[in-house]
Design a protein around this ligand. Structure first.
Ligand code: FMN
Length: 195
């Protein structure tokens, strides 16, 4: 594969867009496992697998929505208005399912925490790509307030673990994507040879 040119795959990667409005049907259990398998292919120094995932679907979205509201409540000085609570809770229902990404570092003298965080972060994109290749839309989401403490009871987070957001997955219906803007190479890349 790595020695073969694959223009279709290149075209897909170059034009990929996230999808924020997602509906049923969601991936089957088998498809969810396939998407997670792609997350397990990310570059990972020492193959430590410093990450884990929580699949949220159906009624577990209620608990997830409540924990987001509780997290916001805990951080805001004044009580949240009902309409604000409803808006926050709706994040859990923006798609038929979510995959929560948890950074879960492994004790290592050789492989620094930043490398492990980088590997765990790659899984977010891998989940999006995995979902796309099975025909589903996906988008990586996060929250302004750390939902970790609120989710502790639900997913047993250790003190070292950190939630890196979640990937919404579902079926896109009739959305035209704005064309992908190409990376302005001159602003973001330096070719040392040309200096
Ligand atoms: C860690 C992380 C968290 C994100 N959180 C949000 C979010 O909460 N809301 C949002 O609209 N986009 C969020 N994004 C950006 C989207 O995933 C997506 O990239 C963005 O909507 C642009 O769409 P595109 O991927 O088609 O360019 C996040 C991205 C990352 C990497």
């Amino acid at each position: 594969m790595s020695n073969q040119s694959n223009p279709e795959f290149y075209e897909y990667l170059a034009k990929r867009r996230s999808a924020s409005v997602l509906h049923e049907p969601k991936p089957s259990k088998n498809e969810i496992e396939k998407i997670l398998a792609i997350a397990g292919t990310v570059p990972d120094h020492g193959n430590l697998r410093p990450y884990r995932f929580v699949v949220i679907e159906d009624t577990s979205r209620d608990k997830f929505g409540d924990s987001l509201v509780d997290a916001a409540d805990a951080h805001r000085p004044e009580p949240l208005e009902d309409k604000v609570k409803a808006k926050i809770r709706a994040k859990a229902f923006a798609a038929p399912m979510q995959i929560l990404i948890i950074y879960s570092p492994v004790a290592s003298e050789k492989i620094h925490a930043w490398e492990q965080m980088a590997a765990a972060s790659c899984t977010g994109f891998a989940l999006v790509l995995g979902a796309n290749t099975l025909g589903y839309g996906a988008v990586w989401k996060s929250f302004a307030y750390d939902p970790g403490p609120m989710l502790k009871g639900l997913v047993s987070l250790s003190n070292e673990e950190k939630i890196l957001g979640w990937v919404n997955i579902g079926t896109e219906k009739g959305r035209d994507h704005a064309p992908r803007e190409a990376l302005p190479i001159s602003d973001h890349v330096q070719f040392l040879n040309e200096k």
